[in-house]
Design a protein around this ligand. Structure first.
Ligand code: NAP
Length: 291
């Protein structure tokens, strides 16, 4: 006889959130692992996030994925932060138990898994440029440092945010032997200021999401560099075209999306779902961009 117990409920919170593939991905994971749960998308008003989250806790929701622009706020509202969330001061996964919030961040491990395992690009000893200093950039910087590139430059429209991200990660960078520095976005486009271009360029800004252009010049890309946009779907097209035009290997954030979601599913359900077929099905089903 089929169980009549209510399904465990999860959701993704963001603004906007209509572009999110997370509900489809988690439904897939639930099927693949035989877990009974529901997962919805919830658009939160920017000034109503805390109240909305409290209402979800009261209604018995078990966990939330957090997307743009709430990652910093979600970490601030949590009572318990994992070490990687503590370093990032940004959360993309919340577990809700006994009226309390446990925050974690799986963006970085999702990105590194996609770059190293799926794209086959080693980060060890390379020169890396990270564009952006928002919630996503904060979540990925620690795991990027742990991958031990030789150099990481962090640049952002608002320079002081890049500087404070670099400051909070400097101890880890020293420990791992990584040269970490904040770069003025205005200075990055100047060829003269660069000793040589970057091997990997990661766009962690919301530029693609907003339909804005790539905020750096194409000469930051070394020949055959990996140019990675955390955005995925049609909105990443401009960045991918830009990368191709400058001789780089373009990659969108769909693989990262699925890998970070698999890590969240592991936190919530204690089982890590398979991911490779889920990425392939997503590209096929929604005609998202091929790389
Ligand atoms: P966020 O916290 O709102 O940060 C936005 C970042 O983009 C900031 O660095 C901001 O610079 C910069 N920015 C926004 N508009 C810009 C513009 N017109 N020109 C230059 N810089 C601009 O957002 P987030 O959570 O970090 O998310 C960033 C992006 O990553 C989103 O597109 C999100 O969908 C994507 N993402 C993808 C995945 C995945 O799994 N694939 C995971 C996480 C995030 P300022 O500091 O100057 O405002």
């Amino acid at each position: 006889m089929a169980s009549t117990a209510p399904l465990d409920r999860y959701c993704v919170l963001g603004h906007p959130v209509a572009h999110s593939r997370s509900p489809w991905i988690h439904a897939c994971f639930a099927r693949l692992t035989g877990q009974a749960l529901s997962y919805d998308a919830c658009d939160m008003a920017p000034d109503g996030f805390a109240d909305g989250l409290n209402a979800l806790i009261a209604s018995g929701v078990r966990g939330c994925s957090i997307t743009v622009p709430f990652k910093h706020l979600a970490a601030r509202l949590a009572q318990h932060l994992s070490p990687r969330c503590q370093l990032a001061q940004a959360a993309n996964v919340l577990s809700l138990k006994d009226g309390q919030i446990w925050a974690d961040n799986t963006d970085g491990i999702g990105l590194v898994t996609d770059i190293v395992q799926h794209a086959g690009v080693s980060l060890r000893g390379i020169r890396l440029l990270l564009i952006g200093a928002g919630g996503a950039a904060a979540g990925i910087l620690g795991p990027l440092i742990d991958s031990r590139p030789a150099h990481i430059g962090v640049t952002n429209r608002t320079l002081h945010r890049a500087q404070s991200l670099v400051e909070s990660h400097q101890a880890l960078a020293s420990l791992q032997g990584v040269a970490l520095q904040a770069l003025d976005l205005q200075a990055v486009p100047s060829v003269q200021t660069m000793e040589r271009p970057f091997d990997v360029v990661i766009n962690a800004t919301a530029c693609s999401l907003q339909g804005a252009g790539v905020p750096v010049g194409g000469h930051v890309l070394g020949r055959g560099a990996l140019a990675y946009d955390l955005m995925y779907g049609p909105q990443a097209q401009g960045f991918l075209d830009w990368a191709r035009q400058h001789g780089a290997v373009p990659r969108d954030g769909l693989g990262m999306l699925v890998e970070q979601a698999a890590e969240a599913f592991l936190i919530w359900r204690g089982v890590r779902p398979p991911t490779v077929d889920v990425v392939a099905q997503l590209r096929d089903r929604w005609h998202t961009l091929l790389i």
